[in-house]
Design a protein around this ligand. Structure first.
Ligand code: TYM
Length: 332
């Protein structure tokens, strides 16, 4: 079967609802039809300042959350990026094929570096998408399940694969992003015109899956809507209500149109309660499972090591082909 690969960054104590719906849920679904590889982008996490102990903890938590979401480590190797040295090795080769201008045009880089201030932004932040391209290309992945915010990075990845193949011969599979439109961009609950994000302005706008259920219920119930009273889907004029309808649809399997009919004549408060209930039915057991897995620390570490071994078997082959293709003398 064709391959699928994706990673998340361990840059927070918990994954948020956008990560879960946009990425993790798709990862789980794709396991049935693809050969799947899922990783923790711990090297990427070094692009922002983080306490060493915290990085370790968050990496293990990420693996636990993958499993709690339904990633089956028997079918899908779960690994830490830093455990497979080939990621950094291929990133170097690809960086030598990436134009300075091309890297400068990455909007996430522009946003992130603007946020920390140009003089504080590190070079890792700049080359970040190239490491991401290496993550993907090493596994010859055909599909990459991600949220909308990663689309431009996937474009760069495709471009680098094509450039390499054109210049050195067919080595890489050119990957396609796998972005599901209903969940590709989950919006912030307090600022529904922006995507839910770790760096969002208000902590109340983001549902961290491992937070106390009570806190999350409160966040859903105090989601920003509008001064109107009609429950209708209109992303432009009613972004808050539309985000809630979309979330309820995703969690219940009912279409947005059906929901609009269901809620005819009802108040926004009813909708918020329904969203909170439906979401917590999924989030609460997910959290419980994650906390249980976190108690078996050595098992999580073993899971990552076993995953890395399987990942390396694939990655090493690709890297050897790349080194050959560019003319590096074989070490043995
Ligand atoms: P990261 O860690 O920021 O996010 C993890 C995944 O969650 C998706 N996502 C969202 N989806 C829907 N709505 C949202 N509001 C939302 N916010 C985040 C992201 O698109 C992502 O799929 N660069 C990547 C990590 C990475 C990677 C890779 C991904 C490193 N190497 C190779 C795929 C393949 C990142 O920072 O994701």
């Amino acid at each position: 079967p064709a391959r699928v690969l994706s990673l998340t960054q361990p840059t927070a104590d918990s994954l948020h609802l956008g990560n879960y719906l946009g990425a993790l849920r798709q990862w789980v679904a794709l396991q049935d039809d693809y050969e799947t590889f899922y990783g923790v982008a711990d090297l990427h996490a070094l692009t922002v300042e983080v306490e060493p102990q915290q990085l370790t903890e968050r990496t293990l938590r990420s693996a636990a959350q993958f499993v709690a979401a339904g990633v089956d480590p028997v079918r899908s190797p779960v690994f830490a990026q830093s455990h497979v040295g080939e990621h950094a090795q291929l990133a170097w080769v690809l960086s030598c094929l990436t134009g300075f201008g091309q890297a400068s045009r990455m909007t996430q880089f522009k946003d992130k570096s603007a946020r920390v201030g140009a003089d504080k932004a590190n070079v890792g932040l700049f080359t970040y998408p190239i490491l991401m391209a290496a993550d993907i290309l090493l596994y010859q992945a055909e599909r990459v399940p991600v949220g909308e915010d990663q689309r431009q990075h996937l474009e760069l990845t495709r471009d680098l694969a094509q450039r390499f193949n054109h210049r050195f011969g067919e080595v890489f599979t050119v990957p396609e992003p796998h972005i599901v439109s209903s969940v590709g961009k989950i919006m912030d609950l307090q600022d529904p015109t922006s995507k839910m994000s770790k760096t969002s302005s208000s902590p109340n706008g983001i549902i961290e899956l491992l937070d106390e259920p009570k806190a999350n219920i409160k966040k859903f119930r105090s989601a920003v809507t509008d001064s109107d009273t009609v429950i209708a889907y209109d992303e432009e004029n009613k972004p808050g209500v539309s985000n809630l309808l979309n979330l309820l649809s995703v969690f219940t399997g009912r279409s947005v149109e059906q929901l609009v009919t269901d809620f005819e004549g009802k108040m926004y408060g009813h909708l918020k309660v329904a969203v909170a209930d439906a979401a917590m039915e999924v989030i609460a057991p997910f959290r419980q499972r994650t906390l249980e897995l976190m108690e078996e620390r050595t098992e999580l570490e073993a899971l990552l090591l076993a995953g890395a071994e399987r990942a390396r078997a694939v990655a090493a082959k690709t890297l050897a082909d790349v080194y050959d293709a560019v003319g590096l003398v074989r070490p043995a």
